[in-house]
Design a protein around this ligand. Structure first.
Ligand SMILES: [Zn+2]
Length: 191
């Protein structure tokens, strides 16, 4: 059976769900636990909107302009991907104008990158602050090999300079650190 836009209808998805599930509510059930689940969801959404965390789809063209501006400053899609946690392929599609809509939170993350504040990928910066973050990660039980592979290094060793490192690697470590500290799923969110 083919469905419009390839999504399965709520009714079908809801059929195996227990009661007290919003999906079951969307599938048509109006029992008390399902209604409660739905209103809980609506309340949370409203609270998120008030906090400015609304994450619906928005027009991507301001983001596209910003990406072009950034790339003129040699801040390429890989750097943008490192800073924001958004897939490089997605950033490419937006920059080429092939994707017209973007999640509001992702738009905010990209627009927050200042062309002046960011150094270029290859620029070397003092390594000491980064090593402090690495020490913290090691204390949490991560091995150097794990940190290296989480950063996309091919080798299992952390080949970073003691005196200076590239801005790109510093940003990667910082992002990883923030991710672990926050312990949240924000960065794993699909664009
Ligand atoms: Zn129900």
């Amino acid at each position: 059976m083919a469905f419009q836009n390839g999504l399965r209808p709520a009714k079908e998805l809801a059929s195996n769900r227990p009661h007290g599930d919003r999906l079951k509510y969307l599938g048509g059930c109006r029992c008390v636990p399902c209604r409660a689940a739905n209103s809980r969801y609506e309340t949370e959404r409203a609270a998120a909107r008030r906090r400015g965390e609304w994450n619906g789809l928005v027009d991507a063209s301001p983001v596209r302009c910003h990406l072009i501006r950034l790339s003129k400053r040699e801040i390429g899609r890989d750097t943008v991907a490192d800073i924001t946690g958004i897939a490089a392929s997605t950033i490419d599609l937006i920059r080429r104008g092939q994707r017209k809509k973007i999640r509001a939170m992702n738009a905010r993350k990209i627009l927050a990158i200042s062309p002046d504040a960011v150094v270029t990928d290859a620029q070397r910066i003092p390594a000491e602050p980064t090593w402090r973050l690495i020490d913290w990660l090691l204390k949490q039980g991560f091995t150097k090999g794990e940190i290296a592979s989480r950063l996309g290094f091919k080798s299992r060793s952390l080949q970073l300079g003691k005196e200076s490192i590239t801005a790109r690697n510093a940003m990667k470590i910082e992002r990883f650190y923030r991710q672990i500290r926050a312990g949240d799923d924000e960065f794993k969110e699909a664009p």
